[in-house]
Design a protein around this ligand. Sequence first.
Ligand code: NDP
Ligand code: HEM
Length: 498
Amino acid sequence: MTDRMTTSAGAPIPDNQNSETAGPRGPVLLQDYQLIEKLAHQNRERIPERVVHAKGWGAHGVLKITGDISKYTKAKALQPGAETPALARFSTVAGELGAADAERDVRGFALKFYTPEGNWDLVGNNTPVFFVRDPLKFPDFIHTQKRHPKTNMRSPTAMWDFWSLSPESLHQVTILMSDRGIPVDPTHMNGYGSHTYALWNDAGERYWVKFHFKTEQGHRHHTNEEADQVIGKTRESYQEALYGKIDRGEFPRWKVQVQIMPELDAEKTSYNPFDLTKVWPHGEYPPIDIGVLELNRNPENYFAEIENAAFSPSNIVPGIGFSPDKMLQARIFSYADAHRHRLGTHYETIPVNQPKCPVHHYHRDGQMNVFGGVKTGNPDVYYEPNSFNGPVEDTSAQEPPLRLSGDATRYNHRDGNDDYGQVTALFNLFDDGQKNRLFANLAAAMSGIPEEIAERQLAHFKRVHPDYEAGVRKARATLTGREPAISVTPNTPQEAAE
Ligand code: NDP
Ligand code: HEM
């Protein structure tokens, strides 16, 4: 039997086709609360889009641990044999909710693991580094990626002005403008936790760690020209690919790896291992395989399970900890704050954000308190300490102490930092075809910006490698018709044959 339609208060709806009017041609009556309820709900169907990473695609899956890093961490989700339900949301950074998927941009790679000890979130990107290393610069950086306040258009001048004045961005800019800047879909890219986090064990020992998710589908990317064609046909190429693959049972997988650094090594490395603009070279800290992430279930309702999802670097569990990375420290505050604004105070009552383990806290009222006064199950237990057998702290969850030193001041984050060496290592990895596409992509992206800004950026390329500067200079000249065309070699041997 078909269910009876009701108002949101449960009263039956006698007519869902005709408004209540005074006479057949007459005006609508204010007492038609069913119409009012319907219109009022429609007005509230949109919530604020994420201030960054607004456009996204997501799915459910599982993290399976096959390796053994139990000597480094007590985290239950990282013990050999552990299988933890997971949620992934991929995204572009700058575009709004309706942006086309196949745009050149960094991709978000956000993961939520529903562990037996609470939700653990890794809110990373498809790149191992970031544009800035001090969080005070993050809002400025994002302003350059979003629309200009007067023209309401994206501004390459603002982007290159900021980047050329912020040499720490060069590593990420090079990756963004390389082949990996436009993955064909989320299954063909890596994910990186990016920040340095901590692992700690029952003996109270701490290790620094980086998390990597290596695509098992292989890297596949669009050139600018291919992406233009894709966007001309569909703006939803990522949603189509991710949803379609999972729907067809082609479950995407990523090999999960960690790099581990003993705590005291952090004082010995030639680079700051907590600097988000740097990687840990594989030669020094080899990646260790620890398991597989598989996505195998599409959401039943995109809004409820993906748009409403709240990922936060502050969500860690016993055995995993933070590091002194300044950017990570700021993100620990920023995300839950964004969620309280975007979704409401008690956003963890939304099913997709609910931990799949018992939750007992003393937070009280506020938007979306649908669990009663406090989440303790006993109305007399609404403060702590109490004499009514209320939930108490568990000291076994206490991280080992972290020794810090130094005078508190605003240290210049550019002092003594090599912003070029690791970019040179990356540039040297590229073959000629990759380099030529990098030059062409950069020339296109820098098109039309003031010469002074372009020259400032070219000086950075030169410090990476003279060929880098020369290549971009030549590609820029080609674009403006001042010199003969450079040859842009194809993406893959297969394309070369076509
Ligand atoms: P390795 O040769 O051991 O590692 C090179 C890494 O570069 C691989 O992880 C590879 O990823 C990745 N890579 C290849 N092409 C690109 C690209 N276009 N954009 C981004 N990454 C790419 O060298 P090192 O560890 O010494 O690092 C050398 C440079 O490689 C670094 O300066 C950094 O720019 C880059 N890199 C390093 C990473 C690290 O964690 N050490 C991680 C990613 C990049 P894959 O294995 O998926 O092909
Ligand atoms: C989303 C802030 C740096 C990856 C967001 C959101 C905020 C934010 C406010 C929206 C959250 C929401 O509404 O749910 C910041 C700040 C940063 C920073 C303040 C630096 C100080 C980074 C870095 C990475 C990153 C370094 C990756 C390594 C992401 C991802 C999302 C996101 C993947 C989307 C999460 C999702 O899918 O819901 N960021 N961010 N951010 N950020 Fe950052």
